[in-house]
Ligand binder design. Structure first.
Ligand SMILES: [Zn+2]
Ligand SMILES: [Zn+2]
Length: 298
């Protein structure tokens, strides 16, 4: 199995000279299983260059893609209408994701909303590909080709599924957006203990889903200094990601969902400071900054 980053930016596309080395496209990861099954994690703007890449092969093959959406925020879905294989007869695209309790709709909603006539000129019925939708049950794995894709509920303002993909004894886990837990009740409050227990159970489920993974790909939007001003926005820190990777025994950690205002130089400075802070404590854990085009074989 191998994977490649096509979009590593959080929140909003951020192209330009300040982000040219790591990339300005929003979240999208291509995963290829041992038998060539194509799984795509999230449909941010990185999905568009991935589509161009898929269609540049000669002779052009029909594209059969399984897209797993972590959650419905724009930066994880707004490449979907521009996934060019949707327009090509013979292509098959299956979209997987969570039920949305707010709109009470399945994963077809993220496509349907974007294809409304006010926002996009082409309707789904005009698209040539076979398009299928699979709304996932939380905590229930599905088989895709020679892989098994499991999911677990993360901590974000909307339902966000983290995905574990396993194939041939190798595995990766992608959080989508995730914020470390916070108990809103002060210690001593009558609700504090019950909420603390609830958080422990949620965290246990997440740790179990990540356990021993070969590659852990995590939302590292903020530094620990930036975080207090952004608490509750649903994003993690570099330090929280390293702690999580060490706790679950991950082999490698890939920091992604880079803050859109952070330049390449600033990103590297933040990362260097992180490595210095954890010097001597990482053991066998490899820590990487994700960039567009980074390809990893597991
Ligand atoms: Zn995001
Ligand atoms: Zn989000």
């Amino acid at each position: 199995m191998k994977f490649r980053f096509w979009g590593v930016r959080g929140s909003i596309p951020s192209p330009g000279p300040r982000t040219a080395r790591y990339g300005g496209n929003t979240t999208c990861i291509e995963v290829r299983s041992s038998d060539g099954t194509l799984i795509i994690l999230d449909g941010g703007t990185g999905l568009f260059p991935l589509a161009q890449h898929l269609l540049a092969q000669e002779p052009r093959p029909p594209v059969h893609a399984n897209i797993f959406i972590t959650h419905s925020h724009w930066d994880h879905i707004h490449g979907l209408p521009f996934f060019t294989p949707l327009f090509i007869k013979g292509s098959r695209v299956r979209l997987h994701g969570a039920y949305d309790p707010v709109t009470r709709s399945g994963i077809e909603h993220v496509m349907g909303v974007q294809l409304q006539n006010s926002y996009f000129p082409v309707s789904e019925t005009q698209m040539g590909a076979t398009i299928e939708y699979q709304t996932l049950d939380i905590g229930t794995s599905v088989e895709v080709g020679d892989t098994v894709v499991g999911n677990v509920l993360m901590n974000h303002p909307v339902t966000n599924l983290g995905y574990r993909i396993s194939c041939n004894g190798r595995s990766l886990f992608f959080t989508g957006d995730h914020e470390p837990w916070h108990n809103p009740y002060p210690p001593g409050d009558s609700a504090f203990d019950a909420y603390e227990q609830h958080l422990h159970e949620r965290q246990r489920a997440i740790d179990a889903a990540m356990e021993g993974v070969d590659a852990l790909i995590v939302d590292c939007s903020y530094t620990r200094e930036e975080y207090p001003a952004k608490a509750g926005w649903g994003h993690g820190t570099f330090d929280a990601a390293v702690e999580m990777a060490l706790r679950v025994g991950a082999r490698a950690l890939y920091c992604t969902h880079h803050e859109p205002t952070r330049s390449d130089d600033e990103l590297e400075a933040v990362f260097d400071a992180l490595l210095a802070r954890y010097r001597g404590r990482l053991g066998s854990l490899d820590v990487h900054l994700a960039f567009e085009g980074l390809e990893v074989s597991l």
